[in-house]
Every structure is written in structure tokens, then in C-alpha cells.
Write a protein that binds this ligand. Structure first.
Ligand code: TSX
Ligand code: MN
Length: 599
């Protein structure tokens, strides 16, 4: 399809404006077909961006520019009219000024390149929870990855043509080509010319200078979290940085759990977990983002707005995530910044089979023990979710799945117990708002200092986080039937003993905690009410067949009152950042915790 085939004047004039500014050599309206995918992948192979792999099947290998390996938070902007509406956790820029900066950057930026216009849906096209987007991009890598991560389809283009609402997304790698100038494998702009910008009031995203997933695949973090969080606030729903899993008991009872964790806590691993307890099943609905709306029955229904997994490759193994390994073995994947083996396979750290040698992500020869890493620590795979052997039957249900429990968590070597149930919704929101991981000694602040990442949304909330907390509280307060709200839990797989040894085996053994949560949601499962919440009773966790000393179990399941009292000032300082946008309920929750710890 071509630009001249479009009928909708709003759509047509929006695209035409960007064509006039960016001056691409040609414009292609995408249709989401396999032929289009293959065509773009072939272009990338010819241009030296992709290498077709021998294994897995139908898969490609790719290296980014050395400077373009991750999201760039310092170059990510929320351009709301008022600075206070971006809040203390975002970089704000005046929207009109930013449009001026972008106009200059985008002028002629697609010279020598093809402009692709990608119609995509976040969520099943027919779902009432789904939303549409159109992404203009000059990157075939983006087209290929959008095919994997979203639902690119002529059906969406037709609906937008017919007047359906869509989020305007514009992306350029920011590297125009002069007449006869040869392209490089990974075109991008230097860091100071990268801009990942969001206009929440007009629901627009404009991204310049980076080809990396989180900066360039605009349906994911930019739309499904930063813009969608604003839409959710305005429309009374939730756009969250959460995995969604289906938990089935040996009796065949089903519960759905949505879980938020900061980075490096193993969210994808949990979403695809292989439970160690006989008869229990975990199946995957999503591994990163959940969009949730109340249904007519008063329950909260979640969809996964994505169609694929954009996962961190290093660390992915048969031990940490066997179902991710199997998903990738199914092929149709793109690997970015891993190592590549001499026989046309990929390699990354912790992979089960270590090759004798490979070429690392920076094109240097690599051997085991050479002292360098083969893969960049943020190397990624992109792969269709449908290939996951434990993908839940309901994963594309347009109605979504009813959420029974929310899980929050963080990486905490001390103080925080293995599992804790919130006393009520407001206390649960307090737990979400105080989510934190310990900083490693190397990070600024030093060991023991907490890095707060409320709801794992700090990099992704498109508005003032104080207002975001208020939105969570409001949804609970206004629920038609509070008994139907998901129960809220806080978990910590990362507790260590004095010698620095992990106290909890984690991974598939986490199903023991999920089983307790399952029981609690049914009004079963024993708990003791403590100052910090309801903890599993000493005999409530199924620890059958697990080697866990009584002492370690006690550490995992008890309240470290002294430790909690020491943490209180950090929570207070964290809350102070939000000034008068901090809901009073959360300040009261902190006071109540303080007095419970003292009594
Ligand atoms: O993903 C993790 N999960 C959740 C799994 C469903 N990881 C990896 C985190 C980095 C992304 C974990 N690491 C988990 C966990 O539950 N727990 C730990 C800590 C740990 C690491 C190793 C062992 C035990 C605990 N044991 C051995 O290696 C033998
Ligand atoms: Mn994420």
C-alpha cells in the first residue's frame, strides 16, 4: 500500500507532514505480512545489519553500534505543559520548545532511506482493552522487531482509516545518507542527539537517534507504559510493568497473578517458571506489561499488550528459564548483541553449551576463560510469545484474564521476608510504592542503601508518580465490589545469610510461595498478622522435599523489627520526593507501620 491509497485525511496529513520534513526516498505502508517480514529481513542481511543464523531456524543475528545498547533514561523526556505533571522521577521538557528541537533534528533525516509506516495494535485487535498505534520509522530493524513484538496488520490500518483512535509514533535512527554514501550496519546518532520524547497530552511519541529496542520499538515502553499510563489514569484503568501468569493447582483450580519487579529480579523467568511441586502448573500470559480494566462482574481483567518477548539473553539457561530456551529453539528470533559461533549459532554468558570459541558482540575473537564477556550484558532476543511451550491458552483472549493477586518484590539481601500479604488495598499500595532493591557496593550510595522503584514504574510512568499512587488508591476506593479486588503480596527471592549465601533456592521452587498465595486468595492458607503484614505461618509453606534448615526458614519468615526501623528513614526520604503530590493515605500508612513496629 502507498500513501496515495490512504483515505483518512487526519492520517494522511499526519504522514505527509513527516514525509515533507524527513524527505525519505520512498514511503511504504506496512501490512504485517510474512512477505513484508522476509523482505525487510533480507534487506538487513544485504546491508550487513543481519546475519542469517544456521540455528535456531529462521533467525537472525545483529550487532548494534557500541553506543546504542540500552534505553537512554537521561535522553528520555516527558513533555507535558506543566513541569509538575511530569513529576520528580521524570526528565521534563517544555513541549513547544521540544517540538522545535525535534523539527530541526528531523529535517532531512530520512534522506537516502525508506520511510515505513507501521500500523500496529497493542493487544489482540478485537480486544476492548487493546489500543492502536502508527509508527513512522526509517529502520527496517524496527519493522522486523515490531512484527515480533506487536500485532502489525492491515486490519489496524483499515480501522484507523475508518476513524479509530491511534497513538502517533515517529522514529528515526537520525542518520541520513548523502548521495552515494554507503550505509553502516547500525545507523544511529551520538548520545547528545538522541531524544526519546513523549507528549502525554496529545498521546504522541517522537524518538530520534537510537535503534535500540526500548528507544525505537515505540509500542513497548513508550506507548504501552509511558503514554498508556496517562490514558489509564484518565480512563480509569491500569497500564503496568507486570508479568501475567496462570497458576493451576493439582485439583485443576486456576488463578491469574500479575507481578511487578525492578530490573534484574527475573520477571521473565517467573512468568515461564517450571514449578517443582507435583501437579502444579505455571503458564505464561505475558512477561513484561499488563493492561487491566474492570469487567462488568467487578473483577479486574488483564491483557498482555505485546505479541513477543524482548528478553535479556545473558543468564537465560535451562536452569534459570527452561521455557525461554525452548521458546528460542523454535526459531523465528532476532538476537542483538550476543556472541555468534563459528557454526552460525548464538552464545551468551550462562548458556548451557559453551562453544570452544566464538566472535563476541564487539567482533573480537572470544574463548572460554579469555576474561571478557561474549555478549553485552543487555544483549536481547526477540521472539514470538506464541512459540512459548507454556503459553496459556487464554493469552490472546480479547476479554483478558481475571487477576486474583498482585505480586510486588525487589532484591533484598536482608530485612524483607520471603512472602508477605498486604493487610488491605491501601497497605498493598504502600507496599508497591515502597518497592526497592539494594544497590550493589559499586553503585552510588553504597551497599545497604536502597534504590526505590515504586511499582517498577519509575522509568516508565508518563506522569507525576504521586498522582500515580493516588490513581491506584482511587481504583481501590471506587471498586464496585472491594472483595473482588486482587489481593496484594510482597515477595523477596533474594534473602542472604550472614555468610552471603542465598537462603531461598528460588526459580522453580518459588511455586511454594505461589501455592501459599493461591491458598490465601481462596481464604485458606495460614498466616500470622505482624507489624509489616500477614506472613506465612511457620507450617503454612509447603517445604516438602526442600533442604531448608529451621534457622533459615525462621529468617525467611520472620519480622526483623530492628532492620525495619532502620529502613523507615529511607522510606520517609523517598516519600518526601513527591512533596504535596504524595497521597495522605501513604503518609498515614508509613506512620501506622512506624507505630506497629514500636508496639
Ligand atoms: O530469576 C530468578 N528468580 C526467579 C525465578 C523464577 N533469579 C535470577 C535473577 C537474575 C535475573 C534468581 N536468582 C532467583 C529467582 O527466584 N533467585 C536467585 C538467587 C539464587 C541464585 C542461585 C541459587 C539460588 C538462589 N542456587 C544455585 O545456583 C545452586
Ligand atoms: Mn520491563
Amino acid at each position: 500500500m502507498q500513501l496515495s491509497d490512504l483515505r483518512n485525511p487526519v492520517l494522511k496529513s499526519w504522514i505527509q507532514e513527516w514525509v515533507d520534513l524527513c524527505t525519505p526516498d520512498q514511503v511504504v505502508i506496512c501490512d504485517g505480512s510474512q512477505a513484508e517480514y522476509d523482505h525487510c529481513a533480507n534487506l538487513l542481511v544485504k546491508g550487513g545489519t543481519f546475519v542469517k543464523l544456521d540455528s535456531p531456524a529462521n533467525s537472525y543475528y545483529c550487532r548494534s553500534d557500541l553506543s546504542d545498547v540500552a534505553r537512554v533514561e537521561d535522553r528520555t523526556f516527558i513533555c507535558s505543559k506543566a513541569k509538575e505533571d511530569a513529576g520528580p522521577t521524570n526528565h521534563w521538557h517544555d513541549p513547544e520548545e521540544m517540538r522545535g528541537i525535534l523539527r530541526d533534528l528531523f529535517r532531512g533525516c530520512m534522506k537516502g532511506r525508506t520511510m515505513f509506516v507501521i500500523p500496529f495494535s497493542m493487544g489482540p485487535v478485537e480486544s476492548p482493552i487493546a489500543k492502536f498505534g502508527m509508527e513512522i520509522t526509517d529502520s527496517a530493524y524496527v519493522v522486523v522487531n515490531m512484527h515480533l513484538m506487536t500485532r502489525v496488520s492491515a486490519k489496524v490500518a483499515a480501522k484507523v482509516e475508518a476513524g479509530a483512535e491511534f497513538v502517533k509514533c515517529v522514529h528515526s535512527v537520525g542518520a541520513p545518507l548523502a548521495e552515494n554514501q554507503a550505509d553502516v550496519p547500525w545507523p544511529c546518532a551520538p548520545i547528545e542527539r538522541k531524544y526519546i520524547t513523549h507528549f502525554p497530552e496529545t498521546r504522541e511519541i517522537i524518538s530520534f537517534g537510537s535503534g535500540y529496542g526500548g528507544n525505537a520499538l515505540l509500542g513497548k515502553k513508550c506507548f504501552a507504559l509511558r503514554i498508556a499510563s496517562v490514558q489509564a489514569r484518565d480512563e480509569g484503568w491500569l497500564a503496568e510493568h507486570m508479568l501475567i501468569l496462570k497458576l493451576t493447582s493439582p485439583e485443576g483450580q486456576v488463578k491469574f497473578v500479575a507481578a511487578a519487579f525492578p530490573s534484574a529480579c527475573g520477571k521473565t523467568n517467573l512468568a515461564m517458571m517450571e514449578p517443582s511441586l507435583p501437579g502444579w502448573r505455571v503458564e505464561t500470559v505475558g512477561d513484561d506489561i499488563a493492561w487491566m480494566k474492570f469487567g462488568p462482574d467487578g473483577r479486574l481483567y488483564a491483557i498482555n499488550p505485546e505479541a513477543g518477548f524482548f528478553g535479556v539473553a545473558p543468564g537465560t539457561s535451562m536452569k534459570s528459564n527452561p521455557n525461554a530456551v525452548r521458546t528460542l529453539a523454535g526459531g523465528n528470533a532476532v538476537f542483538t548483541n550476543t556472541g555468534i559461533t563459528l557454526d552460525g549459532g548464538v552464545y551468551w554468558e550462562e548458556m548451557d553449551e559453551v562453544p570452544e570459541s566464538c566472535v563476541d558482540w564487539q567482533r573480537r575473537p572470544w574463548r572460554p576463560g579469555c576474561g571478557r564477556k561474549a555478549a553485552h550484558p543487555n544483549a536481547r532476543f526477540t521472539v514470538p510469545a506464541a512459540q512459548c511451550p507454556v503459553v496459556a491458552a487464554e493469552w490472546e483472549d480479547p476479554a483478558g484474564v481475571p487477576i486474583d493477586a498482585f505480586l510486588f518484590g525487589g532484591r533484598r539481601a536482608g530485612v524483607v521476608p520471603l512472602a508477605n500479604e498486604a493487610l488491605d488495598w491501601e497497605h498493598g499500595v504502600f507496599l508497591g510504592a515502597t518497592m526497592a532493591s539494594e544497590m550493589t557496593a559499586a553503585a552510588i550510595g553504597g551497599a545497604g542503601q536502597l534504590r526505590f522503584d515504586p511499582f517498577a514504574m519509575v522509568p516508565f510512568c508518563g506522569y507525576n508518580m504521586g498522582d500515580y499512587f493516588a490513581h491506584w488508591l482511587r481504583l481501590g476506593a471506587q471498586a464496585a465490589d472491594p472483595a473482588k479486588l486482587p489481593r496484594i503480596f510482597y515477595v523477596n527471592w533474594f534473602r542472604k545469610n550472614a555468610e552471603g549465601k542465598w537462603l531461598w533456592p528460588g526459580f522453580g521452587e518459588n511455586c511454594r510461595v505461589l501455592k501459599w498465595i493461591f491458598d490465601r486468595c481462596d481464604g485458606q492458607g495460614k498466616a500470622v498478622r505482624t507489624a509489616i503484614g500477614n506472613l506465612p505461618s511457620p507450617d503454612a509453606l509447603d517445604l516438602d522435599g526442600l533442604k531448608l534448615s529451621a534457622e533459615d526458614r525462621e529468617t525467611l519468615l520472620s519480622v526483623d523489627t530492628k532492620g525495619w526501623v532502620e529502613v523507615l528513614p529511607q522510606i520517609e526520604a523517598h516519600f518526601a520526593k513527591f512533596g504535596d503530590r504524595l497521597p495522605k493515605v501513604l503518609a498515614e500508612q508509613l506512620d501506622a507501620l512506624k507505630s506497629r513496629l514500636q508496639s
